[in-house]
Design a binder for this molecule. Structure first.
Ligand code: PMT
Length: 420
């Protein structure tokens, strides 16, 4: 009996969202019925939850249900007296620590991406500086529509909104595919990890390298590799979404709200990375840097000759990671990647030690459909403290989120360790 009470007390005391004000935005889709469970779980986790329903959401769920569950008035109207001198959308928007929109319909995504404020909810989002998370839910064909994909890209990459991806399964209309709103547990876990770990990444300067370098042979030819930059861009996007100051050094051109330094060769990448390294809290080298470059670059296009053979003399490029591993400061974390075609574990672990890294992410590039160029990867993560994690095939963005969690925990551990 005594033991049972102790467990209950422990549970009651576990309020990870205590003192957090969460604005729960609900738009008009069938998944709106799950908002009650979400509100309940958030409240039981300690959060002060305020539900904001769009006009269409009220077709699926009542403000009264949410009011009862959240123990706060529900909000629906853009206009009208609320008895306070300050407009409601400004007051609540200012107080919120986080805004979660679940479900977010295609219509809601379009309004958020373009800044339309014809509802209390969209107006509040614009009037708030809080972190915004969105859990889309819709028919799978709608989810794949280029306009929805485009709007999600804008929300993630321009506005730093965090998307909690929908799940695969049967949706309400009977179709199968990706469009089911993420489970309530997944959403609450994502919110908790954002509100709890956000502090650890916020304001940290994270430099990420992406893509494959190109080493010129002559004005038209180069030595290159198959790296698409997807892994590095996913890493930079994930860190940026968590509030980090991100610099991306990339061989692939991307339009982002954070600084992107475009480079081509290993030398250019070295120059860019070294120029920023001192101000960095972490460096994540996903780039595939050419180990060799042509010894001399022809100023004119090399002409076909009578001879069947042509010899290209190569010379070693600097190893950027190796050089920076030697000068890294105690507060800096370096994560390298290892692309291996054999002996993945032992080769990755040798690189971890030789280059004085904190973490190395090894991927087996002989496995078809993952690694170079693909949206997915499967990796083994080795840390200098001897820990090892295997991540089976998953989207590169999910791997990036995992690495952000790892970085956040390393920063948090450093802050706890007293400076000597
Ligand atoms: O870009 P994607 O298409 O998404 O593909 C992702 C990826 C396969 C490129 C990525 O997951 C990956 O494995 N990146 C590292 C590729 C690589 O160059 O591995 P490496 O084992 O040769 O180098 C080890 C580490 O040293 C890497 O972090 C690399 O950036 C760094 N390096 C290598 C050579 C060099 N001259 N300087 C370096 O800094």
């Amino acid at each position: 009996m005594k033991r049972a009470r102790k467990r209950e007390e422990t549970f009651e005391k576990f309020n990870p969202l205590e003192n957090k004000t969460i604005l729960l935005g609900i738009s008009g889709g069938i998944a709106a019925y799950k908002a009650c469970d979400l509100a309940s779980m958030l409240r039981r986790s300690g959060a002060d939850v305020h539900a904001v329903l769009t006009k269409n959401a009220k077709e699926f769920i009542t403000p009264l249900s949410l009011q009862t569950i959240t123990r706060n008035p529900s909000h629906c109207e853009q206009y009208g007296a609320n008895g306070e001198w300050r407009p409601e959308h400004i007051d609540l928007a200012k107080r919120a620590d986080l805004i979660i929109i679940a479900p977010a319909t295609a219509d809601m995504l379009a309004k958020l991406a373009t800044g339309i404020c014809d509802e209390l909810l969209t107006t509040m989002v614009l009037a708030s500086k809080a972190k915004v998370m969105i859990a889309p839910a819709m028919n799978p064909t709608m989810m794949e529509h280029p306009s929805v994909v485009h709007n999600l890209e804008i929300l993630q990459n321009r506005y730093r909104y965090e998307v909690i991806p929908p799940e695969f399964g049967e949706v309400a209309c009977g179709d199968w595919g990706s469009g089911k709103m993420a489970s309530v547990e997944t959403i609450v876990a994502a919110i908790a990890s954002r509100l709890v770990s956000h502090g650890a990444m916020s304001g940290k300067h994270i430099m990420v390298t992406a893509g494959g370098t190109r080493e010129p042979i002559d004005p038209v030819r180069f030595i290159g590799n198959r790296s698409s930059g997807k892994m590095g861009i996913a890493m930079a996007d994930a860190a940026f979404a968590r509030g980090a100051d991100v610099t991306l050094v990339s061989t692939v051109e991307v339009d982002r709200a954070y600084p992107v330094i475009l480079v081509e060769t290993a030398f250019e990448m070295q120059e860019a990375v070294e120029g920023e390294f001192d101000s960095c809290d972490a460096l994540v080298m996903t780039a595939a840097v050419a180990d060799f470059r042509p010894l001399s670059v022809s100023t004119n296009k090399i002409k076909k000759t009578e001879s069947e053979d042509i010899n290209l003399e190569l010379t070693k490029n600097p190893d950027i990671l190796d050089l920076l591993g030697r000068v890294k400061k105690k507060h800096q974390v370096i994560i390298g990647f290892a692309a291996e075609s054999e002996e993945l574990l032992s080769n990755a672990s040798q690189k971890l030690k030789r280059k004085n890294l904190d973490v190395i992410v090894g991927n087996d590039i002989t496995v078809p459909d993952i690694g170079f160029g693909s949206d997915d990867n499967a990796v083994v993560i080795l840390s200098e403290d001897g820990t090892r994690e295997n991540l089976t095939r998953m989207p590169k963005r999910a791997i990036a989120e995992h690495l952000c969690d790892l970085l956040a925990s390393k920063f948090a551990a450093m802050e706890k360790t007293p400076a000597r």
